[in-house]
Design a protein around this ligand. Structure first.
Ligand SMILES: [Zn+2]
Length: 252
């Protein structure tokens, strides 16, 4: 039986974890599409290459204290870094506060992190590494275990239907030439299945929003002859995140 104290503790932990994961996502989004390791070398200024100390790496706070500049060379640091950290922390806290069971917080936090990474890389105009798509599908898939453990199997029906809708919409995008290479197409389908499955699990029928909006975006792009518009995956990502969080709040 969950108490209010459990819920408050889960919200604080999830929010704090979100700030740290947001900081890690900044590293992932910058390095992974460039073929660099996410663990080595340690965090450094991309201008003067000076390695950052622990106090220069605190999510949001370091950027504020340093007033958005490198401590060593004074080069400006994009406000996107603290904003991604804040957004991830806020989304993780909102999910922990609203989801039906605390057990479902970790898989959904992981799916949201995967969607955010995918959307940010797409906004940068870079190729989304296939590993992110497969990891997102795996994280969404762990909701099957949560449903079994919490005797809540009716969510799985909607999850499967919404995963199907998201896969179909992604297929339309692939048809427009938005995603050309075979391995990227497979990963995009996996990613869509993960997003749709998670959204269906949380928002049930409302999770169909992802498939519908993304299909409309694909059709609009196809009609205008814009096969490769940057940010189209990010649009679908935003719809997915709103669906998951709004679904969690609405079905609370
Ligand atoms: Zn510097």
């Amino acid at each position: 039986m969950e108490t209010t104290a459990t819920r408050v503790l889960a919200t604080v932990c999830s929010g704090t974890l979100g700030l740290l994961i947001g900081s890690f996502l900044n590293v992932v989004v910058y390095r992974l599409p460039r073929g660099e390791s996410v663990v080595h070398p340690p965090s450094h200024c991309t201008v003067c290459q000076t390695r950052l100390g622990t106090l220069e790496n605190v999510p949001v706070a370091s950027w504020l204290v340093l007033r958005g500049r490198c401590l060593h060379c004074k080069a400006p640091i994009s406000p996107r870094y603290p904003l991604v950290e804040l957004l991830t922390g806020a989304l993780f806290a909102a999910l922990a506060l609203s989801l039906p069971t605390v057990a479902s917080v970790a898989p959904l936090d992981a799916v949201v992190a995967g969607v955010l990474a995918t959307a940010l890389i797409d906004l940068d105009g870079l190729e989304v590494p296939p590993s992110i798509g497969w990891a997102t599908l795996a994280c969404g898939g762990t909701l099957v275990a949560v449903s079994v453990a919490t005797s809540d199997p009716h969510r799985l029906g909607w999850a499967a239907i919404d995963a199907g809708a998201a896969i179909a919409a992604c297929g339309l995008h692939i048809g427009t030439g938005r995603i050309a290479r075979g391995d990227l197409q497979a990963a995009a389908l996996a990613s869509s299945a993960g997003w749709g499955f998670a959204a269906g699990w949380v928002a049930q029928g409302g999770g169909l929003a992802i498939g519908v909006v993304w299909a409309l975006l694909a059709l609009a792009g196809w009609l205008r002859g814009e096969g490769a518009r940057r940010g189209m995956i990010a649009d679908a990502g935003a719809v997915s995140i709103v669906t998951i969080v709004a679904g969690a709040i609405a079905t609370r």
